[in-house]
Design a protein around this ligand. Structure first.
Ligand code: AMP
Ligand code: MG
Length: 404
C-alpha cells in the first residue's frame, strides 16, 4: 500500500505535469473580497510610509536638545492635529502641541507625551521628562519607501495584508480564480439534513464538511447532491462533476458490492493513479484525472473523508491557486499517554492537545472510529501515529495537526 507521502507526491506531480502553466488564471476582485485569497501580483507601496514625519503620541513636539535638563518651561507656539498639520518652525525654547497621527512641525525632533507635561498658561508648558532624539515619532518612510515591495505573489491574504492593501490604495486586487470543486455524496442510506431518517438511513454530513473544507482551502464548492448506489444515477452526476476543475465523490469507493464509483470513473476514462493509501482512516482514497479535471473518491465515513481531504485535496487546491505554501502545518508535542501503532498504516487519531510549561502536550481522545463525529468534535487535534510496530510511549515526541 502507498504511504501517505507517496500518495501526495503522485497528486502533486500529476498537477505539475499538466500543461496549464497559469493553473488558475488570475482575476481582479474588490479589496473586501480578497481576504484569504491567494495574491497574484507583487504589491508595491504607492508612497513612503508614513507619508510624513508623524507623531505617535499625544503631547508636545519639541527640540530634544532643549530637554537635557528637566523640568523645563517651553513656549507653545502652535498646534498640529491629525489631518491638518501646522506651518510653524520650532526654534530653541519652543514647542508645538501635537496629536497622534499629526505631521511633525519643522525643526521638531521628539514628542513628549502629554502625561509628562503641565500647562502653565495658554502659551507655556512645563516639561517634566527628558526626551531622546526621535522619541514619540516615526520618520517619513520608516515602515516602507515608495516603490518597496510590501506583498509578494503567492501569499494568502491575511488581516494585516488587507489593511496594508487598503493603506496603499489597492481598491481592487489581483488574485487566483477559485477552482470550482464539484461535490457528490453517494449512498442509498443518505437523506438530507432537513429530512427525518427512516430505518437504516442517516443524514448526509459529508457534503457539508467537504464544502467547508473546500472553502477554507480557497476553492469554490459546487454541490451536485446525493448520488444513489446505482450506475445510472452515478453516471449522470459524475459526468456533470467532470466538467469542474476538481471532482470529489464521497462514499462508494470501498470493497462493498454497491461501491460503484470506481467503475463509473473507469467508464468515463478517468485515469486512476491510486486507490488505496496506507492511512487510517482513509484507506480506500482514490485519485485520478481526466483532461484538466482532478478526481478524488473519498471514503464515506465522515472522518475518513475529512482526513483524506486534508492530506490530498487541500494541497492540490493550494497548488492550483499558486499558493507559496501548500503543505499542512505540522506541530510536535510530548505524548502524555501511550498510543498504539499499526504496522500497516499510519494513523490520524483525534487527540487533545494543550500548551503547558513551554510545550505542547498531547494524548489521544476517546473515539469509536472513523464515523464518530461526536468523539471528533470533543478533540482539538489529529495526532499522526507513524506506520510501525509497537507503541509510542509517554514522553515520546508525536506530530499533530490542529483542527479548526
Ligand atoms: P462507503 O464508503 O460508501 O462504504 O461508506 C462508509 C460509511 O460512511 C457508511 O457507514 C456510510 O453510511 C457512511 N457515509 C457515507 N457517505 C456519508 C455521508 N455523505 N455522510 C455521512 N456518512 C456517510
Ligand atoms: Mg456507500
Amino acid at each position: 500500500m502507498l504511504p501517505i507521502e507517496r500518495g501526495l507526491e503522485i497528486v502533486m506531480s500529476t498537477a505539475m505535469a499538466k500543461q496549464r502553466p497559469d493553473r488558475m488564471p488570475a482575476e481582479s476582485v474588490p479589496l473586501l473580497d480578497s481576504m484569504h485569497r491567494i495574491l497574484r501580483e507583487d504589491v508595491r507601496s504607492d508612497a513612503d510610509s508614513p507619508r510624513f514625519d508623524k507623531a505617535i503620541r499625544d503631547g508636545f513636539a519639541v527640540l530634544w536638545e532643549d530637554l537635557t535638563e528637566v523640568p523645563r518651561i517651553l513656549n507653545v507656539i502652535g498646534e498640529s492635529r491629525a489631518g491638518f498639520g501646522s506651518d510653524v518652525v520650532l526654534r530653541p525654547g519652543e514647542c508645538c502641541e501635537i496629536m497622534t497621527g499629526a505631521p511633525m512641525p519643522l525643526g521638531a525632533s521628539a514628542v513628549v507625551m502629554v502625561e509628562n507635561t503641565e500647562w502653565l498658561s495658554p502659551t507655556s508648558v512645563r516639561i517634566l521628562k527628558k526626551a531622546r532624539e526621535n522619541e514619540g515619532l516615526l520618520r517619513r518612510g520608516a515602515e516602507a519607501r515608495e516603490g518597496d515591495r510590501i506583498l509578494q505573489t503567492g501569499r494568502r491574504i491575511g488581516l494585516a495584508d488587507l489593511g496594508l492593501l487598503a493603506s496603499t490604495g489597492k481598491s481592487a486586487v489581483i488574485v487566483s480564480r477559485k477552482p470550482r470543486v464539484a461535490v457528490i455524496a453517494t449512498g442509498d442510506e443518505l437523506v438530507d439534513v432537513d429530512q427525518q431518517p427512516e430505518a437504516g438511513q442517516i443524514r448526509n454530513s459529508n457534503t457539508y464538511t467537504i464544502c467547508a473544507q473546500v472553502k477554507e482551502a480557497g476553492g469554490d464548492p459546487v454541490v451536485l447532491g446525493i448520488g444513489r448506489d446505482q450506475l445510472d444515477d452515478l453516471r449522470t452526476k459524475i459526468g456533470h462533476g467532470l466538467e469542474h476543475d476538481i471532482l470529489l465523490v464521497s462514499g462508494g469507493v470501498s470493497m462493498g458490492k454497491y461501491d460503484l464509483v470506481e467503475a463509473v470513473f473507469a467508464e468515463f476514462g478517468v485515469e486512476v493513479l491510486f486507490d488505496k493509501i496506507a492511512m487510517k482512516p482513509g484507506k480506500p482514497t482514490v485519485f485520478g484525472h481526466r483532461g484538466d479535471t482532478y478526481v478524488f473518491g473519498l471514503p464515506g465515513n465522515p472522518i475518513s473523508t475529512m482526513v483524506a481531504f486534508h492530506m490530498f485535496v487541500r494541497p492540490l487546491i493550494l497548488f492550483l491557486l499558486k499558493a507559496e505554501n501548500t503543505t499542512p502545518n505540522v506541530f510536535e508535542a510530548i505524548l502524555e499517554a501511550p498510543a498504539k501503532c499499526d504496522p500497516e498504516r499510519a494513523a490520524l487519531v483525534p487527540a487533545f492537545v494543550r500548551f503547558d510549561a513551554g510545550q505542547y502536550r498531547i494524548k489521544t481522545a476517546p473515539w469509536k472510529g472513523s464515523s464518530d463525529l461526536v468523539g471528533l468534535a470533543r478533540a482539538n487535534a489529529l495526532i499522526m501515529i507513524p506506520r510501525q510496530t509497537g507503541t509510542l510511549e509517554p514522553g515520546d515526541i508525536a506530530r499533530f495537526l490542529f483542527m479548526e
